[in-house]
Ligand binder design. Structure first.
Ligand SMILES: *Cc1c(COP(=O)(O)O)cnc(C)c1O
Length: 384
């Protein structure tokens, strides 16, 4: 029905009537990724779908070498640089292959001495370290696996390898819901961080990182784009000898991420999200809002007799909030009733069980408040 109403067949047949689109039926989407995007961004993209600003075509249909598209990608980069305060000696690359591709690209591009130190805080560092082992000696210098990654180890005085090419972390583990509140003391070594699920969630000091990268489908845009921010001196020719052209960062750095066809439409949406964040007041405002949203959910969990958070209080993520009842049947009942009530994608990852609420930038406070009200009602109705 909605699709029949989508077009106005009156004066201008391709005029979209957005006011008639059924946005009212959107759910509160707590998916870990691909995840909720700002409604304003989706509406604007819909308006531009058939005719991007008088071009007579969609951004999806446009040459990536066209003047119009080059302006889209360069504007996206400029806006991201503004938002994050990225210094001139860092390159910004828009790549493909997801964050998982970078698990190999990082050692290929950086392992000169063939040694790297990894800190294990969950599923993503396990995968990344396993991949890096194909290219050199990977040393696990700290881990929280002993307690199912429910905390972040103390990284203030680790035994960092003298010959380590870099120290690697996943700053926010999307699955276990832990977050580095202070970056590790790398003792002068370069820090590489997978920031997929905390990208643009709060202000950051880029100069603390040598390389930061993230798949955008968590907090920034549609799946298919990964953004790398790399200190210039690490973009080099002397990479691991078998490195494919496409995985060598220098290839894309030399061509402004246009060596080959980029994930053009995805980058365009990311650009809109950057503009949206800027209009909201930037990363300071994002960080403040995200802290407020997380506080509402965590304070409910802290006083609840039924629902419990799974991560040590000081290491809790603002973005991904896993919680359990301790009873698999009750978890399943809660998820089913929550889904029916319009709270989508709350099922936890199989390695933690229970529930997980991902409350990224585009999740409004209202969604978190309504979820907490729903949990409270459920708890009262299902008290033993
Ligand atoms: C989702 C995720 C990944 C994997 O991303 P893909 O784009 O699917 O490869 C890696 N790291 C973190 C922290 C993630 O959240």
């Amino acid at each position: 029905m909605a699709s029949e109403q989508f077009f106005d067949v009156g004066a201008n047949p391709i005029q979209l009537k957005l006011d008639r689109m059924v946005f009212m039926s959107r759910v509160f989407n707590f998916s870990a990724g691909p995840a909720v995007l700002p409604e304003e961004v989706l509406k604007e993209a819909a308006e531009e779908m058939l005719d991007y600003r008088g071009c007579g075509m969609s951004v999806m249909e446009m040459s990536h070498r066209s003047k119009t598209y080059v302006e889209i990608i360069r504007t996206a980069e400029t806006d991201l640089r503004d938002l994050m305060g990225i210094p001139d000696n860092y390159k910004v690359l828009f790549l493909q292959g997801g964050a998982s591709q970078q698990f190999a690209a990082v050692p290929m591009n950086l392992m000169k001495n063939k040694v790297a130190d990894y800190i294990l805080t969950g599923a993503w560092t396990k995968k990344a370290s396993k991949e890096a082992k194909m290219y050199g000696d990977v040393r696990i210098v700290a881990t929280s696996e002993d307690e199912n990654f429910s905390y972040v180890p103390d990284c203030s005085d680790l035994e960092i390898s003298d010959d380590a090419d870099y120290v690697y972390i996943c700053e926010n583990d999307t699955i276990y819901g832990n977050k580095f509140k202070t970056l590790p003391n790398t003792k002068g070594k370069d820090l590489v961080a997978d920031v997929s699920s905390c990208f643009l969630s709060e202000p950051v000091d880029i100069t603390r990182y040598a390389v930061m990268y993230g798949g955008v489908q968590k907090n920034v845009g549609p799946a298919g784009v990964v953004i790398n921010i790399i200190r210039e001196d690490l973009i080099r020719d002397d990479v691991w000898p078998g490195t494919p052209t496409m995985l060598k960062w220098k290839t894309q750095a030399d061509d402004g991420s246009l060596y080959n066809t980029p994930p053009a439409y995805g980058i365009y949406i990311c650009g809109k999200v950057f503009k949206w964040i800027k209009a909201q007041g930037g990363l300071e405002v994002m960080g403040k809002r995200n802290a407020e949203k997380a506080a509402v959910l965590y304070s409910f969990l802290d006083q609840s007799d039924m629902f419990n958070g799974t991560v040590r209080a000081e290491d809790r993520s603002m973005m991904n909030v896993p919680f359990v009842t301790g009873n698999a049947e009750l978890d399943a009942k809660f998820i089913a009733e929550a889904t029916a009530a319009g709270f989508a994608e709350l099922k936890g990852h199989r390695s933690v069980g229970g529930m997980r609420a991902s409350i990224y930038n585009a999740m409004p406070m209202e969604g978190v408040q309504k979820l907490v009200e729903f949990m409270d009602t459920f708890e009262k109705a299902n008290r033993a």
